[in-house]
Design a protein around this ligand. Structure first.
Ligand code: LFR
Length: 470
């Protein structure tokens, strides 16, 4: 008998509602709806249009209702939040790429040094970590009146069910969770004047929050179930690993490059290398680093298209693959100039000029420069992850949208010197439905059992170092 659950998966550039059908030891995803998402530039900065996102989620779930899913789970990008008072959302949530955070980070570090923040949270420094956003928020006055903070997937869950909680994997990206106890870090909150009253209980993935609102047209017993609500946590659940010595790259807007560990690595060396210890499903640790991702390419192309240029992605990737290796340019994909939306092509050229590197010429060379630089950053990050954790890696799994980019996968095999297994593309939605299905008793077992189920359901594409670039 087939059993079904529904996933809401919100990415920084698009969202989707999917059904996960479970039958005979396999899982099969069905896309119900897709909708665009992105920053909205307003007079007071970059925001998310969460009401529109919620509307799209509701429309998708109404369509999903015909398959009578037993539950719904929500995941999204991390760190961003809404403030509420009396159940009402106060203003449009800020987008993490807004420029307000850098100054706030400096202000926060004058109160609590970054070394201590890292020791207590295990979180890599990113200027947009929730903790810094909340310090920036102190200037706007909303924190004084808010009575609740909800991270984006928890906000959507709240609007769907009326239940307000903070799911643990995403909570770990705030910088406000004490890594030793798994609880809100009260001392840090008080030192940074972040009111504790706005925080809700932290719950684990796989917790039922009760029925979704009846107006959605789902069955009366369809419940909201927490999943790895940080999209990367869900994606890592669905890495089709069949042995332990693997690394993963969750490749989308960002590339999240690292390992799964049983225990965190919170050393001065891991801090210096800016590795994070984010909470995974089942208490695992996602020891990884944020490397930039397809944002570099997508934003460069969006900018070109906005300027009226007609760009065919498939043809561009072929042209990029054909660029002579002597014309390949490497630049630092982590340079902060690439964080905000804008003209990435000019920024790459500027970076090259400033670093005495011949700038890439034309879109094919620019594209090749982006993909080679990403692959080089992956290789460096994976070497560091192994060194810092002592864990050997023999295979690299690439999951998410980037697993479809054959040139990127091949370059990753070349530059890491390791075989790459690419896919599934929809790892995040798969991880989301797997954790729900386990909570409902449709499937059972450890993360390894869930991954074996993914491996039985999808066939990754293999790339060998030195293979053909196509
Ligand atoms: C990926 C991701 C990353 C997080 C970034 C910002 O979609 O969730 O893990 O660092 O977005 O939230």
């Amino acid at each position: 008998m087939t059993q079904t659950v529904a996933a809401v998966d919100l990415g920084a550039t698009s969202g989707r509602v999917m059904l996960g059908h479970f039958a005979s030891g396999t899982v099969n995803l069905e896309t119900v709806s897709r909708f665009p998402n992105g920053p909205v530039d307003t007079v007071d900065g970059l925001h998310w249009n969460v009401l529109e996102l919620y509307r799209c989620v509701v429309d998708g779930l109404r369509l999903a209702a015909r398959a009578r899913p037993g539950s719904v789970g929500v995941d999204s990008w991390a760190v961003d939040y809404a403030l509420l008072r009396g159940g009402r959302v106060l203003g449009f949530p800020y987008h993490y790429r807004d420029s307000r955070n850098q100054v706030a980070a400096e202000r926060a570090h004058r109160i609590v040094p970054p070394e201590r923040m890292y020791r207590e949270s295990g979180l890599q420094f990113l200027p947009f970590n929730t903790v810094y956003q909340l310090v920036a928020e102190q200037d706007g006055g909303l924190l004084d009146v808010a009575d609740r903070l909800l991270l984006i997937p928890d906000l959507i869950g709240y609007l769907l069910s009326g239940e307000a909680v903070t799911e643990r994997t995403n909570a770990s990206t705030t910088g406000l969770i004490d890594i030793a106890s798994g609880k809100w870090n009260r001392r840090l909150l008080s030192e940074l004047s972040i009111p504790e009253r706005i925080l809700t209980d932290v719950v684990d993935p796989g917790t039922s929050l009760g029925p979704v609102r009846s107006s959605l047209g789902l069955d009366a017993d369809c419940e909201l179930v927490t999943v790895g609500s940080h999209d990367t946590a869900s994606a890592v659940v669905a890495v089709p690993a069949v042995h332990d010595d693997v690394a993963y790259i969750s490749s989308g807007t960002w590339s999240l490059v690292g390992l799964e560990l049983p225990q965190p690595v919170v050393t001065e060396a891991s801090r210096a290398a800016n590795f994070t210890n984010e909470a995974g499903v089942d208490g695992r640790v996602r020891f990884l680093r944020n490397v930039s991702g397809l944002w570099l390419l997508d934003e460069m192309l969006r900018h070109r298209r906005d300027a009226g240029e007609d760009v065919d992605l498939a043809a561009l990737l072929d042209a990029a693959a054909a660029v002579d290796s002597r014309d390949v340019v490497l630049f630092d994909t982590d340079d902060p100039r690439f964080l905000p939306p804008g003209d990435h092509a000019s920024r790459i050229v500027d970076w090259c000029r400033e670093h005495d590197v011949r700038p890439p010429e034309g879109l094919a060379e620019l594209t090749r420069a982006i993909l080679e630089s990403l692959a080089e950053a992956y290789a460096r990050t994976l070497r560091q992850a192994s060194e810092l954790s002592g864990k050997a890696v023999t295979t690299v799994h690439i999951v998410g949208g980037g697993s479809r980019n054959r040139l990127l996968c091949q370059l990753t095999a070349d530059r890491t010197g390791l075989p790459v297994l690419a896919g599934p593309v929809e790892a995040t939605a798969l991880g989301n439905v797997l954790v729900q299905a386990r909570a409902l008793g449709i499937v059972s077992g450890s993360l390894e059992a869930l991954r074996a189920l993914v491996a039985a359901s999808v066939t990754p594409v293999g790339y060998q170092p030195g293979g053909e670039r196509s």
